[in-house]
Design a protein around this ligand. Structure first.
Ligand code: SF4
Ligand code: SF4
Length: 430
């Protein structure tokens, strides 16, 4: 028979799963709106990249101290999550430490989880200190408003409470069970400090820590889809799906490639067009409906760490452009307009991503140096997105800066970017 705590736990679990499924479904609906980016193949290369970049945190280590701390938090989190699976089973079945029968494997997971709980707690306090006191330039910027800083601090506080309740749970479990199962390298040292506390109080504190920990996990899981910390879920898929082609290699637009081929071989102009071939509805990206699935997954994975903006030469030299802002704008715009588009494909709020969120000045400030994409720990590809914004401006509005328009017309008229006919190319020899 179920006791009351099992029933309460199961109801809370069902509510958590239900709310999370609803959030996930809303995000899935937005993905369905997105446009194609590139075919996903070469799974071997993708798995290798995911292991190196995501699991071994290769790029994060470029900043040794902060990188090391972040990597420890990531690895610790993965281990502690395994322990949380046991808590869920215990909560439903009314058991205690049900996976202890795994023996040495259990000891390793629980022991490492115990050590990491303290390490993560300390590092999270350092992260909060860096954000609130040290004023690290990378963690600030025009695009980061008060709500973004609050979001980061709330998530860090959640993680801190999770670690403290986990440590408390372990300490008071040992204090209340002389024949405890598992290995707790740090908590076992701290537990004797509470040897004078009555056993009733020890059990009560253990239960409070247990319930607080699991309820915090349930709440945190449902806050994440609306927070920048959604990267906890999205960073690994984002690295897996990241582009494999070299940075800087431009993707050709199929419709334009066909046009160029046609110009070079006009006889094909009268060949029958393949069936189902639809004319392109838009060149490049103007607004939410033009976003590709890759742009959107990038925006969900972004941690707002600012590593991209910190290396952007345009930003460093005082231009408006911030690659972090660009990525944040994608998520913001999808949130503003995407759900309306799901219900009404013709929906318009009279605004567009270009101009209302991203100024033309930002778009043209990019040198396409790819430093941002190279530095991003999650392999986010900013320049391809910026290029698509430019494609829209040039191909749909002819709204390139005057200097570029002159080059475009020279190419059109002279077959070269200069204002001289290519017939006159050798005149200098005279
Ligand atoms: S795009 Fe990458 S580097 Fe830039 S803020 Fe987001 S996660 Fe950090
Ligand atoms: S590619 Fe553009 S946005 Fe990225 S770092 Fe270079 S100039 Fe900045």
């Amino acid at each position: 028979m179920f006791d009351m705590s099992q029933i309460i736990f199961s109801v809370l679990l069902l509510i958590t799963i239900g709310v999370f499924a609803y959030s996930a479904y809303r995000i899935y609906q937005l993905f369905r709106l997105t446009k194609p980016a590139y075919p996903v193949k070469d799974f071997g290369k993708r798995i290798k990249r995911t292991i190196v970049n995501a699991f071994f945190q290769e790029r994060i280590f470029r900043n040794r101290i902060a990188g090391f701390m972040h990597a420890m938090v990531f690895w610790g989190f993965c281990l502690i999550l395994l322990g949380s699976i046991e808590m869920v089973i215990d909560g439903i079945a009314g058991t205690e430490r049900v996976l202890a029968s795994l023996g040495i494997v259990y000891d390793i997971i629980i022991g490492a989880g115990d050590v990491f709980a303290y390490i993560i707690a300390v590092f999270i306090i350092v992260f909060i200190f860096r954000r609130t006191v040290l004023n690290i330039k990378r963690l600030h910027g025009k695009e980061l408003q008060k709500k973004n800083h609050m979001d980061a601090l709330v998530a860090l506080s959640f993680i801190l409470i999770l670690m403290l309740t986990l440590a408390g749970m372990n300490i008071f479990y040992i204090a209340g069970h002389p024949d405890y199962v598992g290995i707790y390298p740090v908590s076992a040292i701290l537990a004797p400090l509470f040897s004078n506390v009555s056993s009733n109080t020890v059990f009560l504190i253990h239960d409070i820590c247990w319930w607080s920990h699991i309820i915090m996990i349930f709440i945190f899981a449902n806050v994440l889809p609306y927070s920048k910390h959604f990267h906890i879920f999205m960073s690994i898929p984002n690295v897996f799906f990241s582009r494999l082609t070299p940075l800087g290699k431009m993707t050709n637009m199929d419709s334009i490639t066909k046009e160029v081929k046609l110009m070079m071989n006009p006889e094909t102009a009268f060949a029958a067009a393949p069936e189902n071939e639809a004319a392109p509805t838009r060149f490049g990206i103007l607004d939410a409906e033009d976003i590709t699935w890759k742009n959107y997954i990038d925006s969900l994975a972004c941690t707002q760490c600012g590593r991209c903006t910190a290396v952007c030469p345009a930003n460093i030299t005082g231009k408006e452009l911030s690659p972090r802002k660009m990525v944040m704008n994608i998520r913001q715009r999808m949130k503003m307009k995407g759900h309306h588009l799901v219900n009404n494909p013709d929906y318009s709020d009279g605004k567009t991503l270009i101009r209302d969120l991203i100024k033309e000045e930002e778009i043209w400030a990019c040198t396409t140096c790819n430093a941002c994409a190279k530095e991003c720990p999650l392999n986010i590809d900013h320049p391809t997105f910026i290029l698509d914004l430019r494609r829209y401006l040039v191909m749909e509005e002819s709204a390139a800066p005057a200097a570029l328009n002159a080059i475009f017309s020279n190419i059109e008229n002279n077959g070269a970017p200069w204002q001289y006919s290519n017939q006159d190319r050798l005149k200098w020899t005279e």
